[in-house]
Structures are given as structure tokens and as C-alpha cells.
Design a protein around this ligand. Structure first.
Ligand SMILES: [Zn+2]
Length: 236
């Protein structure tokens, strides 16, 4: 009976870390784009710094809290579903161990093992930890690594907040004449970085991802600035 090698364990942990990192980059990207759209839109309507600060802060909080709540709900639901599936599996294993063994053999032959090898593998896996074997082969779940919804919620909250701070500060810190240029410049540079990193972390070619990301952000700012300008001119 051998434990998984440390290299395999590291590979899995590295994969998980990269997924988290990619989610963090995408969350920051959301924070940048939505807050930039918001403050640039308000800047189209008014030069009042406190209005810009209020709008930016409200956008930051609303966005990060809604991301966190959404993430909490979605991860909790997934976790409930996984726990329920594990409970069913546990019951089946205790009530009909023979049928479960046959099922595992079938799943392993589906994956390309010969009948004899699958049988031997199923017997050994069942002896070692039947529930874990069924969780992994049948459900694709690691029962010890169910995602914690609070961790996921905090991570989204932080990622969005970090992203949102950039356009917010770029808008309220510089003198009035420079704030729009500084904000648009900082945002476009940041979108190059987030587009590039998320593509690299997802092993996709970066050039097109960067282009799409920058175009998306530029479009958001152009649209809200246009709307803000119209409202400002109309004196609404
Ligand atoms: Zn099963």
C-alpha cells in the first residue's frame, strides 16, 4: 500500500493554487472595470470630488459584497450537493458493498483498464478507503478538500476590493484637470496586466486575451462617460 508521491501531491496543490490565483485576478479585473466605469461616468457629469468619492466607494462596497455573497451561495450549494452525494455513497457502500465493488470495477474498465486489472484495482481501493475511491472515481470529489464557502467569499471580496481601489484612487487623488486621464491610463495598464496574467494562469495565448480585456474596459468607460456627460449637460 503506497501513499501518493509527494510530487503528485504538490502537482494537485499547485493546480488548486493556480485556480485560486486565476479567480483572484479575474475578481480584481471585475473590480477595476466596474468601478472605473462608475467613476468615469460620474466624472462625465460632475467635477465634484466628494461625489466621485461617494460613488466610487459605494460601487466598491456594493460590488465586493455582491461578489462575496454570490460566491458564498454558489460554493455552499455546490458543497451541499457534494455532501449529499457522499452520504448516498456511504449508505450504498454499507448496504450493498458487492454491488458497489462491481460498480467501481465497471467505472475503472470504462476508463480503459482491463477487466482483471480493474477488478484488482477496485478490490485494493475498496480495502484502503472505499468511500474515498467512490468519491474520486464516481463523483470526482476529494472528500477532504471540499471548498469552504467562507474562504471563497472572502477571496472574492478582497480581490474585487483591490481591483476597485485602483480606479477609485486614480480618480480622487490627482488634481481635477488630470483625474480623467490618470484614471483611464491606470485602468488600461492594469487591464493589460490582469488580462495577461489570467491568460498565462489559464495557459491561453496572452495577446488576444489582453486585447479583449483592454477593449472591454475601454468600452465600459466610454459608454459610462458618454452617459454621464449627457446627464451632466442636461443638468439632471
Ligand atoms: Zn459508488
Amino acid at each position: 500500500m503506497t501513499e501518493p508521491t509527494s510530487e503528485e501531491a504538490r502537482g494537485g496543490a499547485l493546480g488548486t493554487r493556480l485556480n485560486w490565483l486565476r479567480a483572484a485576478v479575474l475578481g480584481a479585473n471585475d473590480g477595476i472595470v466596474s468601478t472605473a466605469g462608475l467613476v468615469v461616468g460620474v466624472a462625465g457629469a460632475t467635477g465634484d470630488r466628494s461625489a466621485l468619492l461617494t460613488a466610487g466607494l459605494a460601487g466598491l462596497l456594493a460590488g465586493s459584497l455582491s461578489m462575496a455573497a454570490g460566491e458564498y451561495v454558489s460554493v455552499s450549494t455546490q458543497r451541499d450537493a457534494e455532501k449529499a452525494a457522499l452520504a448516498v455513497e456511504r449508505r450504498e457502500l454499507s448496504e450493498q458493498p458487492e454491488a458497489e465493488l462491481a460498480e467501481l470495477v465497471g467505472l475503472l474498465t470504462d476508463r480503459g483498464l482491463s477487466r482483471e486489472v480493474a477488478r484488482e484495482a477496485a478490490v485494493q481501493l475498496t480495502r484502503r478507503d472505499a468511500l474515498r475511491a467512490h468519491a474520486s472515481v464516481e463523483l470526482g470529489i476529494d472528500p477532504d478538500a471540499l471548498t469552504n464557502p467562507w474562504h471563497a467569499a472572502w477571496a472574492s471580496f478582497l480581490a474585487f476590493t483591490v481591483g476597485a481601489l485602483l480606479p477609485l484612487l486614480a480618480m480622487v487623488l490627482p488634481p481635477a484637470g488630470a483625474r480623467l486621464g490618470v484614471t483611464v491610463g491606470c485602468v488600461l495598464v492594469a487591464l493589460v496586466l490582469t488580462g495577461w496574467s489570467s491568460a498565462r494562469l489559464g495557459q491561453a495565448p496572452p495577446r488576444r486575451a489582453v486585447l479583449r480585456n483592454v477593449m472591454g474596459g475601454a468600452l465600459a468607460m466610454a459608454v459610462t462617460y458618454g452617459a454621464g456627460t449627457l446627464l451632466g449637460v442636461a443638468g439632471v
